[in-house]
Design a protein around this ligand. Structure first.
Ligand SMILES: NC(=O)c1ccc[n+]([C@@H]2O[C@H](COP(=O)([O-])OP(=O)(O)OC[C@H]3O[C@@H](n4cnc5c(N)ncnc54)[C@H](OP(=O)(O)O)[C@@H]3O)[C@@H](O)[C@H]2O)c1
Length: 324
């Protein structure tokens, strides 16, 4: 079977497509024919040894997939060969086949196409855990989303809207902001053109947002935090900008505000039932038309390096998918 391989730490251009031996699953594992794999920013980081998890070389990136079960290891009862499944495999998804742990593999929701099933868990799971579970965003509150047209950003915009909050989307281009508006944002800030603090003040009626969702970090974190409302919750999602910001601790004191760290992969492992509750709630919202995940582009397996280059170059809107 063919697989995209990371054989040495480096950027997406160092990835190679190779024929590799197929193996059978061990106990507690499932072998899956990959039909679609979601692309996420952590895939860009993991191949450069810049992610929390560092797999042994060589490995295939690709954290989440949808596909068909080929075979199961001993002890696996909840899925069988021929079943359509989704899996949060962590790595290995950019390949024709993946061996995934059974405990992160579940039956695909009926009627959902492979690409949509593949891109849903990580981005929407992260944003639900952050916005609904950790920040407990309420109807009528205001949430600012930075990097709002990206994978987790656009998911946060939709979730905020589904909850009934007022959502302020901030992004770097008007094209990206137009997509945020289509997906439910009430107000828009172009942070490559406007002063972020002034714009937040204007769009939150001088009060400051109750919740700030930040997957970008870098130079926007401090001005955003300085603008947060009383009892605000600042969600630390990631650092797509590349720089991990440092905040003076007098700022949360002055606003009675919380800094809330988010690590979805660990949450999904430690609290699988709550994670499933979140995914189920969002499936309901999807059926009701309250959320409409955007897959803006599909790439064949050989173009997976290009997909990661596009993501690193800030060219992606919503979600992108690899279809082997
Ligand atoms: N904590 C968790 O559990 C968790 C889970 C998933 C992802 N994450 C993290 O969340 C972040 C976003 O992930 P994603 O999959 O949503 O990525 P994405 O789709 O590429 O979105 C990232 C957004 O960040 C903005 N950005 C600003 N500076 C950037 C730069 N130098 N390079 C690339 N993007 C830049 C871009 O929007 P503008 O151009 O509009 O600024 C882009 O839309 C990443 O840091 C990722 O590691 C964390």
């Amino acid at each position: 079977m063919k697989a995209i391989l990371c054989k040495a730490w480096g950027g997406p251009e160092t990835l190679v497509l190779e024929e590799v031996a197929s193996r059978e699953p061990d106990a507690g594992e499932v072998k899956i024919r990959v039909r679609a794999a979601g692309v996420n920013f952590p895939d860009v980081l993991i191949i450069q040894k810049k992610y929390q998890i560092q797999p042994a070389l060589p490995f295939s990136p690709g954290a989440e997939i949808a596909g068909d079960v080929l075979s199961v290891g001993t002890g696996v009862m909840h899925v069988k060969p021929g079943d359509k499944v989704v899996s949060f495999c962590g790595v290995g998804g950019f390949a024709e086949e993946v061996i995934a742990p059974a405990n992160v593999t579940m039956p695909m929701p009926p009627g959902v196409p492979y690409p949509l099933a593949a891109i849903f868990s990580l981005a929407y799971g992260t944003s639900w855990h952050a916005v609904r579970d950790r920040a407990a965003l309420q109807a009528g509150e205001t949430m600012l989303v930075l990097g709002a047209s990206g994978g987790v950003g656009l998911a946060a915009v939709e979730i905020g809207r589904a909850i009934g909050a007022r959502v302020i989307a901030a992004a770097s281009t008007d094209e990206k902001l137009a997509i945020c508006k289509q997906h439910g944002a009430d107000a828009l800030i172009n942070y490559s053109r406007e002063d972020l603090r002034e714009a937040i003040k204007r769009e939150s009626g001088g009060k400051g947002p109750d919740v700030i969702f930040d997957p970008v970090g870098g130079k926007f974190a401090e001005p955003a935090f300085r603008s947060i409302g009383w009892r605000g919750r600042y969600l630390v999602i990631g650092f797509a900008d590349g720089e991990i910001p440092a905040l003076p601790l007098n700022l949360p004191l002055l606003k009675g505000a919380s800094i809330v760290g988010i690590f979805w992969g660990e949450f999904a492992k430690r609290e699988p039932q709550l994670n499933m509750k979140g995914l189920a709630e969002m499936m309901t919202w999807m059926r009701e038309g309250k959320i409409k995940p955007l897959i803006s582009k599909s790439y064949v397996l050989a173009d997976a390096p290009q997909a990661l280059m596009d993501m690193a170059a800030r060219k992606v809107i919503g979600k992108i998918v690899i279809t082997p």
